[in-house]
Ligand binder design. Structure first.
Ligand code: UD1
Length: 373
C-alpha cells in the first residue's frame, strides 16, 4: 500500500459516515494511513463545526473552502481545488461517501488521475434523475474501483449498470455504526428545547411529539409547494406538537416567500440545524418523524421510530420493506392518515436490516487493507 487513503467529506450527511471509517482505519492492524479532506461545501457552525465535535472527528488535514454555489460552480470548484491535494499527497486511493456534489467531484478528479476511487454507500438508486444526488450516485459508482454497499439490493442496480460484481462488497451501514456509537450520549429532547429557550413541557403530552426536517429542493424551493407542505404540517401539528429543525435553505425560503405565519409557534417549535447528539435524542424520543432526508430514513429504521418520508421515491427501499419508513410524498390525506395510524399505536415497528450492526466500518477497513495490498 503506497500513500494514505484520502477520505473526503463535504456536506453534513458525510460527517457521520466518515467518522467510524477513520476510527476503523486507525484501529486496524497495521493502521491504515488516512488524511481527511473537507471540501467546505457546508461551512456554517450549525451545519459543520458542531457535528465535528459531536462525532469526535479530527480537524480536517485539508480544507478546500469551496462554499456554496450553483451545482456546476460548486462541483467545478471542488474539482479544481482537489486536484493539487492528489498531487501533493499521492494517495493509495480516494475514499468518498454518499451522494453529495463533493462526492462526485472528488471521484471524478481521482479517476482522471488514475487514482483508485472507493465509494461507500454505493448502489443506492431512487431512479429519479431530477434529484441531483441521483446523478451523483450513478456517476460516482461508474468511476469507482471498490464499491461498498449498505443493502443487498444495491448490487442488482450496479450489475444492471455494468459494474463488475467483484468490485462490490456488501458491508452494512456506516451511518448506523455512528448511531450505535453515539446512542448513549444522545441529548434529550427536553434539554435541546431548553437550550434554545423553549418550554420542554410542550412535548410531554400523551401524543408525544413529532420531528420534522425538510430541505430537498423539490419540497422547499417553489413557493406554492412549500406553502402546501407547511399547511399540511400545521394540520399535523393540530394532532401532536412538532419540532422542526430548519436547514438554511428551508429557512431562507420560508422567509423569502413570507410563509412563516403558517406555523403556529405554540404547536411548532422551530430550531436551527441541530448537532448530531441533539438530532439523535430528538428522533429517539419522537412519536413520528416527518422528513425528506435520506439519512433520517435509515436512522429511524435503526431506532424503530415510525418515519413518514415526504418524497415520491426513496433510494433506500430497505427502510420501507424492512424498517419503519412509509413514503407519503406531499399527499396531505396520506400524511394525515399516516400520523393518525401512528398515534393509534399502529405505526410500523420494523426490524433492523442485515449488517446494520455497528461494525460496517471495520468490515470496510479489513476489506480495503486486503484490496490495496
Ligand atoms: C446538500 C446535498 C444533499 C444533502 C444536504 C444535507 C448536494 C447536491 N446536496 O444539500 O444531498 O442532503 O446537503 O444538508 O450535494 N448553506 C448555508 N450554510 C452551509 C451550507 C449551505 O447557509 O453551511 C445554504 C446556502 O445558501 C446554500 C444552500 O444552503 O446555497 C444549499 O447548500 P448546498 O450545499 O448547495 O446544498 P444542500 O441543500 O445543503
Amino acid at each position: 500500500m503506497n500513500g494514505p487513503v484520502l477520505c473526503v467529506v463535504g456536506a453534513r450527511p458525510n460527517f457521520m459516515k466518515i467518522a467510524p471509517i477513520l476510527r476503523a482505519f486507525a484501529a486496524h492492524q497495521p493502521p491504515i494511513p488516512a488524511l481527511l479532506v473537507h471540501t467546505g461545501q457546508h461551512y456554517d457552525q450549525d451545519m459543520n463545526d458542531k457535528l465535528f465535535v459531536d462525532l469526535n472527528l479530527p480537524r480536517p488535514d485539508l480544507n478546500l473552502e469551496v462554499g456554496s454555489g450553483s451545482h456546476a460552480v460548486q462541483t467545478a470548484e471542488v474539482m479544481r481545488r482537489f486536484e493539487p491535494a492528489i498531487d501533493a499527497h499521492r494517495p493509495s486511493c480516494v475514499l468518498v461517501v454518499g451522494d453529495v456534489n463533493s462526492t462526485l467531484a472528488c471521484a471524478l478528479v481521482a479517476a482522471k488521475k488514475s487514482v483508485p476511487v472507493v465509494h461507500v454507500e454505493a448502489g443506492l438508486r431512487s431512479f429519479d434523475r431530477r434529484m441531483p444526488e441521483e446523478i451523483n450516485r450513478v456517476l460516482t459508482d461508474q468511476l469507482a474501483d471498490r464499491l461498498y454497499t449498505t443493502e443487498r439490493g444495491a448490487l442488482d442496480h450496479l450489475l444492471r449498470e455494468g459494474v463488475a460484481a467483484e468490485r462490490v462488497c456488501f458491508v452494512g451501514n456506516v451511518m448506523i455504526d455512528t448511531l450505535l456509537a453515539c446512542r448513549e450520549r444522545a441529548r434529550s429532547a427536553a434539554a435541546t428545547l431548553q437550550a434554545h429557550g423553549h418550554d420542554a413541557a410542550r412535548l410531554a403530552g400523551a401524543a408525544g411529539y413529532g420531528v420534522v426536517t425538510l430541505h430537498r429542493p423539490s419540497n422547499v424551493d417553489d413557493a406554492a409547494t412549500l406553502q402546501e407542505v407547511l399547511e399540511t404540517l400545521s394540520l399535523v401539528a393540530e394532532r401532536l406538537p412538532l419540532v422542526f429543525a430548519l436547514h438554511p435553505r428551508t429557512r431562507a425560503n420560508v422567509e423569502r416567500f413570507g410563509l412563516g405565519h403558517l406555523l403556529d409557534p405554540a404547536r411548532v417549535t422551530l430550531l436551527p440545524p441541530q448537532g448530531y447528539l441533539e438530532m439523535l435524542g430528538l428522533m429517539a424520543g419522537a412519536t413520528v418523524v416527518l422528513t425528506d432526508s435520506g439519512g433520517l430514513q435509515e436512522e429511524t429504521t435503526a431506532l424503530g421510530v415510525p418515519c413518514l418520508t415526504m418524497r415520491e421515491n426513496t433510494e433506500r427501499p430497505i427502510t420501507v420493506d424492512e424498517g419503519t419508513n412509509t413514503m407519503v410524498g406531499r399527499d396531505r390525506a396520506a400524511i394525515l392518515a399516516g400520523v393518525d395510524e401512528i398515534l393509534a399505536g399502529r405505526g410500523k415497528r420494523g426490524r433492523v436490516p442485515e449488517l446494520w450492526d455497528g461494525h460496517a466500518a471495520e468490515r470496510i477497513a479489513a476489506d480495503l487493507a486486503r484490496w490495496l495490498s
